[in-house]
Ligand binder design. Structure first.
Ligand code: DAK
Length: 263
């Protein structure tokens, strides 16, 4: 039974809540271990989209746990960094999409974990930042890499070098989040988006995630080959037959929502 992670499934949508509100959901080793185990336990036969959020209205994740990190030796620091990086990569490469519903502070490791998700939306009170250089360290959970890829290298460098926090509207303006909602509307919006994703052909959605993620790591010629292969794979699925069959069916036999199956 996890102490710091809540996990609930509603139909095809799973919600993972980092639940350590007394420490503003800061990531210590136990949180990372429990998150790792939660990701491993997701039933991918039923879950088609995951929402990641933080408990309470004040914070998504206020970073890695500074108290725990403060006494680490070099070897322990490396082990902690690897633990975090492995979990963040697992999240990033989870076969199904993950939406970060950022409900407050997303600082340091909190900003980084949101960037390991496929999509970020946030509440009006959200605050993003990479304050690490003010603590005498570099971002250690992929911040230097993912922020530069998500916004622009120049903007990422400015935010990281100055350790300046930005509010929701600025995060939206620079493309770090896709949308900003009043606090009480954030989770409903995330659930609506997740349901919209879950209603599509699951294997096609998974292949899109893989094509985008893998394609971004290689040159365009190799990327196009990745896309071709994943496109081709779809033609072995029942969903492709169901989706195209419905489009081509006579008007009176069409359905509004195709009942796609995992196949
Ligand atoms: N760690 C531990 N505890 C934290 C925390 C954190 N990151 N952030 C907040 N808390 C705790 C506070 O200590 C306080 O606990 P109590 O004193 O009540 O026991 C409680 O949460 C409430 O916080 P505040 O009282 O400070 O609340 P305020 O509203 O006044 O301020 C704040 C909210 C978010 C502005 C402030 O708490 C804050 O500045 N927090 C720290 C934010 C931060 O600097 N985050 C980045 C952490 S560095 C690595 C891999 C990864 C990393 C590093 C290395 N390797 C590869 C080795 C990642 C680094 C980081 O994320």
């Amino acid at each position: 039974m996890a102490e710091f992670i809540l996990y609930e499934v509603d139909g095809a949508v799973a919600t993972i809540t980092i639940n350590r509100p007394k420490a503003l959901n800061a990531l210590n080793s136990q949180v990372l271990d429990e998150l790792d185990a939660t990701l491993d336990a997701i039933d991918l036969d039923t879950v088609r989209c995951v929402i990641l959020t933080g408990a309470g209205e004040k914070s998504f994740v206020a970073g890695a746990d500074i108290g725990e990190m403060s006494t680490l030796t070099k070897a322990e620091g490396e082990a902690f960094g690897k633990k975090g990086n492995d979990v963040f990569r697992k999240l990033e490469t989870l076969p199904v999409p993950v939406i970060a519903a950022v409900n407050g502070f997303a600082l340091g490791g909190g900003c980084e974990i949101s960037m390991s998700c496929d999509i970020r939306i946030c509440s009006e009170n959200a605050v993003f930042g990479q304050p690490e250089v003010g603590l005498g360290i570099t971002p250690g959970f992929g911040g230097t890499q993912r922020l530069a890829r998500l916004v622009s290298p120049g903007m990422a460098k400015q935010l990281i070098y100055t350790a300046r926090n930005i509010k929701a509207e600025e995060a939206y303006r620079i493309g770090l989040v896709n949308a900003v909602y009043p606090v009480e509307e954030l989770l409903p919006a995330a659930k609506k988006m997740a349901a919209g994703i879950a209603a599509q052909a699951p294997i096609a959605v998974r292949n899109c995630k893989k094509a985008i993620n893998d394609g971004l790591q290689v040159n365009i010629d190799e990327a196009i080959v990745i896309e071709e292969k994943l496109f081709g794979d779809c033609f072995e699925t029942e969903d492709q037959k169901a989706g195209m069959g419905n489009f081509l069916a006579p008007k009176d036999q069409k359905v509004k929502v195709v009942d796609f199956k995992n196949c």
